[in-house]
Design a protein around this ligand. Structure first.
Ligand SMILES: Cc1ncc(COP(=O)(O)O)c(C=O)c1O
Length: 363
């Protein structure tokens, strides 16, 4: 048993049981009042017009990809450093994936290379991935979107708590659809869950139909006929009850995560472990991430000291789902090979982080 698990979350078991039993007593365990309440509260939190709750961040990405109307062989651009949850929907729909490198020492896409690729490839869809609460936006990218009219999905699964102040918008709400995870590995969670966020009412209506096997919620229609592709991706009130409780703690959780990350930055003095300097506007991290020298030996060292660590997000090229990428991808490959996630989460106290650092400094 690890003394310091990779993820320690703050949970209130008594409140969970109380809130779940409330949902059961209301006789509406499927998509009912708690789901709608959670959608409304997340929309207020993000200052976005529509939130469409679903069963995972992966399914939110599937719904958004269906909305993008991607056809077989349509071109899609994404960062090479991304979780496969964003690329699998594209593969399922038959799209062609093109990857772009990140900036040196960073998990953020290189916008110079991205903009170049957009001009060259003319994609139908671009997926921006905001890893570990870090989001950057780019004026030239915005101009290209206007010019070429490609669809943009923001994978903000790891960035719900990042409140970008740029144009007073939240991270993940800048373009067509933002997709977020509310799974238990995320600071705000409903055990399993996720959602799409959009300011476009037409898109929201479409996404609601996609969530319901493609059948729009039109009470005037006598027959339940599907009008688009879709799946049963409706969440339950039992999960939403937990989501509502979790969201109420958003501010506290943001503070704890920021402070714990700073504690790592302050207390790690070992030159072989270099914390990633978080980038973007007001990033709130989900993970404590460091670049480590001699990673194999580091994993063994941590194992011996009962500290659980893991790799971070790996590159899409390593998944072998795309053929012969010709571009230079050295930066993202470097991060994939050398980035380590250290024990983290809303349940960790600063004193525990200090103890972990004391051990890691001996590596
Ligand atoms: C960047 C990214 N995208 C998508 C997902 C998928 O979210 P979920 O686990 O809720 O399906 C994750 C989950 O960790 C993620 O980190």
């Amino acid at each position: 048993m690890n003394k310091y698990p990779l993820l320690k979350i703050k949970i209130n078991k008594r409140r969970y049981i109380q809130d779940i039993s409330d949902s059961i007593k209301k006789n509406k365990m499927t998509m009912g009042p708690k789901c709608f309440d959670l959608e409304k509260k997340i929309a207020n939190f993000l200052k976005v017009k529509n939130v469409i709750l679903t069963t995972s961040g992966t399914n939110a990405l599937m719904m958004a990809t269906i909305l993008s109307n991607l056809k077989p062989f349509d071109k899609v651009i994404i960062s090479n450093l991304a979780w496969v949850a964003a690329t699998n929907p594209v593969l399922i729909m038959g799209g062609n994936i093109n990857v772009v490198d990140t900036m040196p020492g960073s998990e953020i896409i290189d916008y110079n290379k991205l903009n170049e690729a957009i001009i060259k490839i003319r994609p139908k869809l671009v997926i921006l991935v905001h890893l570990n609460g870090q989001a950057k936006y780019n004026k030239k990218f915005d101009q290209l979107k206007k010019k070429y009219k490609f669809f943009v999905i923001e994978d903000a699964a790891q960035a719900l708590l990042t409140k970008s102040d740029f144009k007073k918008k939240s991270c993940g709400t800048f373009y067509d659809v933002g997709c977020y995870s509310l799974s238990i590995t995320k600071p705000i969670h409903m055990v399993y869950g996720g959602f799409c966020a959009t300011n476009n009412d037409k898109y929201a209506k479409y996404l609601k139909a996609v969530r319901s096997n493609g059948v729009p919620n039109n009470k005037k229609l006598k027959k339940k006929l599907s009008t688009s592709k879709g799946l049963n991706l409706k969440p339950s009130d039992i999960h939403a009850a937990i989501g509502l409780f979790s969201l109420r703690n958003a501010q506290n959780f943001s503070k704890t995560l920021s402070e714990n990350y700073k504690e790592y930055e302050k207390s790690i003095t070992n030159k072989k472990i270099k914390m990633i300097k978080l980038q973007g506007r007001m990033p709130i991290p989900n993970y404590a991430t460091a670049i480590v020298q001699d990673i194999k030996r580091f994993f063994l060292f941590c194992q011996r000291n009962l500290i659980e660590v893991s790799h971070g997000v790996t590159t899409i090229t390593e998944t072998k789902t795309i053929r012969n990428p010709k571009n230079n991808l050295n930066n993202s490959i470097f991060i994939s090979n050398n980035l380590v996630r250290l024990p983290f989460g809303t349940g960790y106290k600063k004193s525990e982080i200090r103890k972990i650092c004391k051990i890691l400094n001996k590596f």
